[in-house]
Each structure stands twice: as C-alpha cells, then as structure tokens.
Design a binder for this molecule. Structure first.
Ligand code: FES
Length: 98
C-alpha cells in the first residue's frame, strides 16, 4: 500500500501513514494541533493550509468543495477531516487560516 509522508509546520513532526488516511487522523498521530469540530466536513473548524504537496491529496468531495467555497477558503486550504493523503510528501500548517 502506498505511503505518504506528512510534515506539520507547527511542531516540525513528520509521520508516515498509509494512503487513504485523513489529515485529521495524521494530526492526531503526530501530536499536531489541527482543531476540529464535527469531523463530518460540515463545520469548517478543521480548515488547514497545505504548504506543499497539495497534489498528493485526493480531490475534495462535493461536500468539502461546497464548504470550502462557503468559507471563502484559499486554493491551498483543505478540510483536514475530509482530505485524504494519496502518497508522496505533504507539508501542512494548521495555524495559517487566512
Ligand atoms: S471538523 Fe468540521 S469540517 Fe472538519
């Protein structure tokens, strides 16, 4: 199974996880600080900046896309409870909300 390497810019921790893992789950493994609420892709609390490697995440679902639009999210922001890693390397920064 492909693996992805995810680095959290807030605490500098890098973890390797199987493809298909959601960023919020990676954050929990890494002791990183992505704040979340519903975990259902509805509240937008988990909005997270993808510093690099956004191409290594699965495309947003229709639900995530709609919430991102409603939040006026930047093109490099994703909902951590929805975004699944595909492989490669990804750097995220939970603190860069705008
Ligand atoms: S935790 Fe609610 S949208 Fe991600």
């Amino acid at each position: 199974m492909p693996k992805a390497k995810v680095t959290f810019a807030d605490n500098g921790v890098t973890v390797t996880v199987p493809a298909g893992t959601r960023l919020i789950e990676v954050s929990e493994q890494a002791g990183a600080s992505i704040v979340y609420g519903c975990r259902e892709g509805e509240c937008g609390t988990c909005l997270t900046r993808i510093v690099s490697g956004g191409e290594n995440l699965a495309e947003p679902s229709m639900l995530e896309d709609e919430v991102l639009k409603n939040l006026l999210a930047r093109h490099d922001q994703r909902l951590a409870c929805q975004a699944q890693v595909l492989g490669g390397e990804i750097v995220v920064n939970p603190y860069l909300k705008t």
